[in-house]
Design a protein around this ligand. Structure first.
Ligand SMILES: C[S@@+](CC[C@H](N)C(=O)[O-])C[C@H]1O[C@@H](n2cnc3c(N)ncnc32)[C@H](O)[C@@H]1O
Length: 232
């Protein structure tokens, strides 16, 4: 039987509300992450969390296949970096210039303590504009476990597109249940029709954590084929 800490270590599927006393999304997330930042790695590790390794290995494969720059000089933004599990995998694969942000300062501080990241910011909400981050500043943006129920709406993808360079990649996981409930693929289609991203690849129904997820790879168009006015 799962204990309550294990149950709330990662995003929950609908119907597994942690407490009836929690009314808002932020309260829910705070109990799942801010208050458990110290035990997050242990909790998810015990149950086989495959997200960080799959997202990082996709980043490495697409960098090798399509990006001209050497891995060591590729800039990566880890959106919703949590305690830094994705950063650890990216470092293992040879990436060195990794920035991260998270909604909760307590999670961001854990990521900082890994000393893997160049810069980590807390109190950054992907449901709003990423005002600290400039247009087209990262070669690859990764987002693991963040497009999830009560976390980030599909519209958050637009900000990831904005901060990623032409020809660069976004690699993001979505739980199957989240993708279905939120019509994530509808948002992908809208952005693709607007010419701001290309859905390059999807590892569908793959191992994640207590169930499966889709792993999406989006490529940004090059400057020549991007819309001439503001990209978004
Ligand atoms: C399942 S954890 C994944 C953390 C890390 N990416 C990993 O794979 O271990 C989800 C993370 O998203 C963060 N998060 C949730 N909502 C967010 C939002 N609106 N903006 C930024 N981060 C958010 C949480 O604080 C938590 O650290």
């Amino acid at each position: 039987m799962k204990n309550p800490v294990q149950q709330s270590a990662l995003d929950q599927t609908p119907g597994k509300k942690v407490s009836h006393a929690l009314d808002t999304q932020v309260d829910y997330l705070a109990q799942s992450y801010r208050d458990r930042a110290g035990t997050y790695d242990l909790d998810v590790g015990r149950q086989g969390y495959h997200g960080p390794i799959i997202v990082s290995e996709l980043a490495a494969a697409f960098q090798t296949a399509y990006l001209a720059k050497e891995r060591a000089v590729i800039t990566i933004l880890d959106a919703g970096c949590g305690t830094g599990l994705v950063g650890r995998q990216l470092k293992r694969l040879g990436f060195q210039l990794i920035d991260g942000f998270d909604l909760f300062e307590e999670m961001a501080e854990k990521a900082r303590q890994t000393r893997i990241y160049r810069d980590v910011r807390g109190d950054v909400d992907l449901n709003g504009p990423l005002s600290d981050y400039s247009n087209a500043s990262y070669d690859i943006t990764v987002c693991c476990g963040v497009f999830a129920q009560r976390h980030v709406r599909p519209g958050g993808l637009r900000e990831l597109v904005r901060v990623t360079r032409p020809n660069g990649f976004i690699i993001a996981s979505t739980r199957k249940s989240y993708a279905e409930a939120t019509c994530f693929d509808g948002e992908v289609r809208r952005l693709q029709d607007a010419g701001v991203l290309i859905a390059a690849h999807c590892l569908g129904d793959a191992r994640y954590y207590q169930g499966n997820a889709h792993y999406w790879v989006f490529q940004m168009p090059d400057k020549a084929s991007a819309p001439t006015e503001e990209r978004l």
